[in-house]
Design a protein. Sequence first.
Length: 158
Amino acid sequence: MLGIVPARGGSKGLPGKNLRLLDGRPLVLHALDTLENVDEIIRVVCSTDDPTIAAVARIHGYEVVDRPAFLASDAATVGQVAANVTQTLRWDGRVCVYQPTCPGITADQISAAYWMQGVDSVGFFTPERHIFWRGVDGEPKGFVRDPQVRQIGDELLC
């Protein structure tokens, strides 16, 4: 299986979100590392349009597929991004797409999903929406919906 982490640079709601820190590491690395630890995944790539995200992935030994600008817009879908990656790599097998902004999914859960019978796709969801932010002052801020309130340097806590 091919593991794809889609991590575009542009985000209106939370600029730089894929590079935000969770437990001291960028979200994009959490996703890449999780896929690297799935036994059924034989290749892990990051699809990005952002040179900083690409550099972080490459520095940590991950392959990067450069995403064209038209697939880095708000209108682009994850399916279109995955199709671009599979076409670029000439991949014709199973695919696992792991969003960096969903860091709670484990390698074991992905492995279990791989072996499910009678399904052609699996999605992971949670009933909880409790995302907390620690501000630049180190104090927990609780769930903050307004991106203007979040500051660069705030850290995501899950």
